[in-house]
Write a protein that binds this ligand. Structure first.
Ligand code: ZN
Ligand code: MN
Ligand code: MN
Length: 281
């Protein structure tokens, strides 16, 4: 069974997110647990935490289908140690908020070398940061999102994700999210049965489906391999319907959150309905 939803707004408080998800008939959702463009945030209020948990129960969401997204300022691979420390401390804070909400996953972009160190060194720093976050949180799993490869961002190759995981001490608390737009931008084709299967088989061999904790389902404004992270609404970009049909009928993607981050939130309900219409089971 597929759990499709969208990255919904939590403006007005985290307890708005499950309501926004329910309103578009989402069976899964993503959210920010604090302002994604700022370092600081007030602690979550107990009333918000209670409300969030009650809604999750009432609306029937399972926490494994909720994939919060960490803030955009975080760079767990920052070559400068003070800035890296600020990043992992922020990640510890966000992960703690997720744990307060009863959530079990947090999605993050692996990091950027800023052209100051090699990719390999940066992968090592990211793993160190993750180990540090693990040591300072209870049980949350950190979900590494593949990237488009813009600028000095790493995580655009499945090998990067594998290499980070290999250096993480607690492998039960690390996972991966595949963003379809980012993968396509990074050169992983998904448009035909043949290319989709090749990309997914590569993922299985290099990273392993046991680590796959979520999908960000986005069409791509730009063509294959251009390293441009520009999401598009489904069928309005370069990926094409066959890609979405293959995803909706891929058993390996059962029971994980499949989250739209497409650019027109007014059509999310239709996009979710469209995706379910492609599913044969
Ligand atoms: Zn992301
Ligand atoms: Mn994404
Ligand atoms: Mn993106």
């Amino acid at each position: 069974m597929k759990y499709v939803g969208a990255h919904v707004s939590a403006s007005g408080g985290v307890s708005q997110a499950p309501i926004n998800a329910k309103n578009i008939n989402a069976r899964a959702f993503g959210l920010f647990v604090k302002n994604q463009k700022r370092w600081e945030a007030k602690p979550l209020e107990n009333s918000e935490i209670e409300k969030f948990k009650n809604e999750i129960n009432e609306f029937g969401y399972n926490v494994k289908h909720i994939l919060p997204h960490a803030g955009y300022l975080i760079n767990l691979g920052n070559p400068e140690s003070e800035k890296r420390e600020k990043s992992y401390n922020s990640m510890i804070d966000e992960a703690g908020r997720c744990e307060q909400l009863g959530l079990t996953l947090i999605n993050v972009h692996p990091g950027s070398h800023l052209k100051l160190i090699s990719e390999e060194e940066c992968l090592g720093l990211i793993a160190d940061s993750i180990n540090h976050v693990h040591a300072n949180t209870e049980s949350i799993s950190i979900v590494l999102e593949n990237t488009a490869g813009m600028g000095s961002n790493i995580g655009y190759k499945f090998e990067h994700l594998r290499d980070i995981i290999s250096l993480v001490k607690d492998k039960n608390r690390v996972g991966v999210c595949i963003d379809t737009c980012h993968a396509f931008a990074a050169g992983y084709d998904l448009r035909t049965k043949e290319t989709y299967n090749k990309t997914m088989e590569d993922f299985g061999k290099i990273v392993g489906f046991e680590y796959l904790k979520g999908i960000h389902l986005n069409d791509s404004m730009y063509d294959l391999g251009l390293k441009k992270d520009r999401h598009e609404s489904l069928l309005k970009g370069k990926l094409g319907e066959e890609c979405f049909r293959l995803i909706m009928n891929d058993k390996r993607l059962d029971d994980i959150p499949i989250i739209l981050e497409t650019i027109d939130e007014t059509i999310w309900a239709e996009e979710i309905e469209f995706l379910y219409s492609l599913s044969k089971n």
